[in-house]
Design a protein around this ligand. Sequence first.
Ligand code: ATP
Ligand code: MG
Length: 388
Amino acid sequence: MDSQGGDLAEILSKSIGVPIARAKSLLESKSTRVMRYRKIRYITLRRDLAGHYEGTTILIDEDTGEYRIVEGYPHIRRILLLSKAVPQHFIDEVIVEEKMDGHNVRVVLFKDMILALTRGGYVCPYTTHKVNHKYRKQIIRLLDDLGHDSVIAGEVVGMENPYTRYHYPEAPQWDYFIFDIFKEGSPIPVAARRDLIDKHGLRNVPVHGRYRKEDWQSILEVARSLEDLGREGIILKDPLYRVDPLKYTTSYINVRDIREGMTYPFDEGHTFIFPRVLRQMFKAIEEGWSEDELKRQAALLGEAILIPAVEGIRRFIIEGKLAEEFTLTFHDLDALEEFLSYSASLGVPLTIISMNRGDGIIKVRVQKPKRTPDYYKRILRTGFSPLD
Ligand code: ATP
Ligand code: MG
């Protein structure tokens, strides 16, 4: 243990560039976490550290001691007013990509393994299993072409994942849409990246045009058209990534997130509300909402806050439980077991409700616990507020 701890400290020290003593104390603190995936040990950074983003992972081959650092995915700043932010931030032109609503996954090759890393820097066994099943060959060919140390970043969308589930007609179950590729740490230009992804039979996030930076009105129009389709929003990118990307979301999604979050107010709901109200406040200004539109939006917002919350309490009273349920699909049982123990190790014990097999697919319905019902139980028993 001691010698392993020593090795880890040395690897951490070298890979993020801190003195060995600091690496040792980081390994003992909550700023890092050491995990294992099969024969790989890895260290995740749980906050921005020494110039590296939160979610950075250091992968270590247990047999040989070889290691590799995979940088965390950077935070993308949010725009409240397109009219101000776009002309000021960009240089000349802006590519408008769709912001897909799923979960962020970086894919890397390490010791002949294609690994899928979550935003937090964990090797997710489920996502790794799905990516390998669907795209292993294509990803290897792309990395052969571009360099094995490249990092692919994209969004997993569809209904069959443990994190974020929305229906996309182009990906009803599970798929991976790439939005960035980092070569030697830097993103490759948008056009080259899109060509490379096409060439290797992988999927790109949709693109909605290229505009002069002064033309924020056209960009707003794009966002509005996505609004009508119930899609999340846009990511604005400099064609050469000379400046950082920015994000902007639709009203539809701002309100829908609140509605979904408020089924579990003590989990997601309460932190969701203020940032999304703020987004709506400035949309009202930039889009020049009429009095009627303002009233309509206010009603939607109020309903999104209260209705799912009250329905949730009623359901808890009647059924005695309130939990999230979803379906995952596996192509072998080992992957299922691997994923369940991974979840449990992160403090999220999943319960299997049902399991069906057919056509080489194992379809598993699982239930994920929430904290909100514990609060409801206490409130319903004592009558007191947990807040004040
Ligand atoms: P943060 O605010 O730190 O970026 P977050 O999870 O709150 O984290 P989001 O509001 O979901 O972030 O927006 C950023 C995320 O959008 C990215 O991390 C990525 O997963 C996702 N995304 C979807 N489509 C794209 C795209 N075309 N380009 C870049 N990111 C995209
Ligand atoms: Mg997102």
